[in-house]
Design a binder for this molecule. Sequence first.
Ligand code: SAM
Length: 222
Amino acid sequence: MATPERYAKILRVLRHRQPTLTVLMDEVNKPHNLSAIIRTCDAVGVLEAHAVPPKGGPLASFSGHTYEATSGSAHKWVPVHSHTDAVSAVHALQGQGFQVLATHLSQRSVDYREPDYTRPTCVLLGAEKWGVSDEAADAADHNIVIPMFGMVQSLNVSVAAATILFEAQRQRLAAGMYAAPQLSPEALDRLAFEWAYPDLVSTYQERGEGYPALDEQGQLLA
Ligand code: SAM
């Protein structure tokens, strides 16, 4: 059972969630990087993340114990949807109305602060060793880069993710997108129940029943 304080926190967080901001992690395979990216997603208000799991690696299953063990508790609040390959994932997200910004260390990339992050936006992040593939970068709407002036060519992927996502947060704060819920009332109620009563979710789903209403303190009305 959720305490009133816990339920108030759940509502506060859900009212700041940004369903039109997400990331696509293309074979990011180091557990601490995955963990850090998901925690940043939670902090910025990303509702759901996307990933192409590393082929054949220990993290090939994003729903398994390894992933959960490495992302702390953040994975509970930011579900990760799995895709088979980056190009089809980019097309699927574009089909849902997202502009896809590929982080790509190339001449044609624009400064990461240039795009309009108030638009539905997915940030495509590449694998630690080889980055975003040329095919996925070509499929994206724009390529972006964090300017580098040091001896080292690139940032750690989780640092790059945080830098870009907090620019998105800055723009969205300025546009008032955290001031009013971005989730529909129905989605907000559904998620509030699922976060407050995770143990009851499967019971209602197996019965094919809608969730019961909650009062303002998060207590079951039925
Ligand atoms: N050798 C790889 C390459 O050429 O792309 C380096 C990959 S880097 C270690 C891992 C990921 O971090 C990149 O694919 C990108 O998502 C992100 N990244 C690192 N530095 C970045 C920067 N300066 N601008 C944008 N993204 C960056």
